[in-house]
Design a protein around this ligand. Structure first.
Ligand SMILES: *Cc1c(COP(=O)(O)O)cnc(C)c1O
Length: 454
């Protein structure tokens, strides 16, 4: 019988991350400061260490993973690549479906892949405290874990709607020694202003980022960490796709379709970019490759957003980045995939989409949970609601194969498990979960507020 679970040895953990910037047809648009001029390293140096800034601006194709980081990666890496044979059978598809399972990390998702190097480089730079934001709690728990590995204090601003929905995520962070506050909070100017306007503000990732950046910019011993969007985060996540390529090599297969959920875009970048490297290098197997980023239709950044310069946060503290955006003050509906409620997307993912090198798709909430439950009942693993977006798309692609008889090889990123998302599953199983329409008016209103340049 063919192996369904393709394992690598610890010695096979990649030694370098892949930087897609080296292979882009055109150089990336630079981040801009408030004055409309390219942001200087000095401006960003208030909240990031030099090593991270260097990676953020680098065009070098391969960047070495520090030994200290690889040692911590070994706690859960290499992660398994699994063929979803029982799901294939249930669908009656000729397609081969594989998933790369990132839920085996301590925090239960792909996010520690970047949290660990970010904590490491900050420790090396003499920083004592880290601030960050978290949506569903995945990034907050990842940086809490990573901070603890290197003896750093961590303060997390957690989007209020998730703080209330996910008490166990908060407790994970506290178990790893972090302080956690619901955002908007009274601790920052941004938070105080928003609470004065509306004490019931449910928060958003954009607001929480503003709070964490505000605090880091105001303290010399404190830096800020971001769990997605930025180039260095996307690059750290390429460990996922680089391992997957080694695993496919072992069984002599290559994917035709690579699928990932897309919030800020880091895990999608992580699984897709290493395959795009093959395409750029002229590898014949990759020439017809399709890479699909999947987002919620209620927060449709890539499929309905505008490709423009915008802030990464709600208050305009971050540099302007050229990306697909729904407008920095867009407030997404309270869907259960908290990690996908973000108004923007990685500039690198955005550029690749704009240049036609990848695709994007949007799916409705109910369909994602239907796919997640089918996956749990065939493959056993209960997926995070974010991951369910990729599963929905993978199932739909497999069903297309069934209709046409094509035996495609599909790879999707199972970015995390859903063990702390069971209240969302409860709503789905009891029939209380609903779809949200695309909030066209709210998007139009916030796109009206895009910063005017020049
Ligand atoms: C955060 C998260 C995502 C989305 O974030 P990206 O930066 O787009 O990867 C997807 N899946 C899980 C499980 C997450 O925690």
């Amino acid at each position: 019988m063919e192996a369904t679970r393709i394992q690598l040895d610890a010695a096979d953990i990649p030694t370098h991350w892949y930087n897609v910037v080296a292979d882009l047809p055109t150089p990336p648009a630079p981040p801009l400061g408030g004055d409309g001029k390219p942001a200087t390293p000095e401006q960003m140096g208030a909240i990031f260490p030099g090593a991270i800034l260097e990676q953020e601006m680098s065009a070098q194709r391969w960047i070495e993973i520090p030994r200290e980081v690889r040692e911590i990666y070994r706690l859960w890496r290499p992660s398994p690549l699994v063929r979803a044979v029982r799901l294939e059978q249930a669908l009656g598809t000729p397609a081969k479906i594989f998933f790369k399972y990132e839920g085996v990390s301590p925090a239960g998702s792909h996010k520690p892949n970047s949290a660990v190097p970010q904590a490491f480089y900050n420790k090396q730079a003499g920083i004592k405290r880290l601030t960050t934001e978290t949506g569903a709690g995945q990034w907050g728990s990842s940086i809490s874990f990573a901070g603890q590995m290197f003896g750093l204090e961590v303060r997390v601003y957690m989007v209020k709607v998730s703080y209330d929905q996910k008490p166990y995520r908060r407790l994970m962070m506290q178990t790893w020694g972090a302080e956690v506050y619901p955002s908007p909070s009274p601790l920052t100017e941004t938070g105080r202003r928003l609470l004065a306007e509306n004490p019931d503000n449910e928060g958003s990732l954009g607001i929480a980022i503003s709070e964490a950046v505000e605090e880091a910019a105001g303290r010399a011993d404190t830096n800020y960490t971001l769990g997605s969007v930025l180039n260095h985060v996307a690059m750290h996540q390429t460990i996922i796709g680089l391992e997957a390529k080694k695993q496919f090599d072992k069984i002599g297969l290559y994917p035709d379709i690579v699928i990932g959920p897309c919030g800020g875009g880091s895990s999608f970048a992580g699984i897709a970019f290493p395959f795009l490297a093959d395409k750029a290098a002229g590898d014949k197997r990759a020439q017809a490759l399709r890479c699909i980023a999947v987002e919620p239709s209620s927060c449709p950044t890539l499929t309905k957003g505008k490709y423009a310069y915008d802030f990464g946060d709600a208050s305009g503290f971050t540099p302007l980045m050229r990306m697909y955006t729904l407008g920095h003050d867009f407030m997404p509906p309270g869907i259960h995939a908290g990690g996908l409620r973000y108004h923007g997307a990685s500039p690198l993912v955005s550029q690749l989409l704009h240049d036609g090198l990848i695709e994007a798709a949007a799916v409705q909430q109910l369909g994602t949970f239907e796919a997640g439950v089918q996956f749990a009942r065939t493959e056993g693993i209960i997926p995070a609601p974010e991951s369910c977006h990729a599963i929905r798309q993978a199932i739909d692609e497999a069903l297309k194969c069934k209709a046409t008889g094509e035996a495609r090889t599909i790879l999707f990123n199972l970015t995390g498990h859903g063990h702390f998302d069971m209240s969302s599953y409860e709503r789905y199983l009891s029939g209380k979960l609903e779809n949200y329409d695309y909030p066209a008016e709210a998007v139009a209103a916030s796109l009206d507020h895009l910063p005017k340049l020049g």
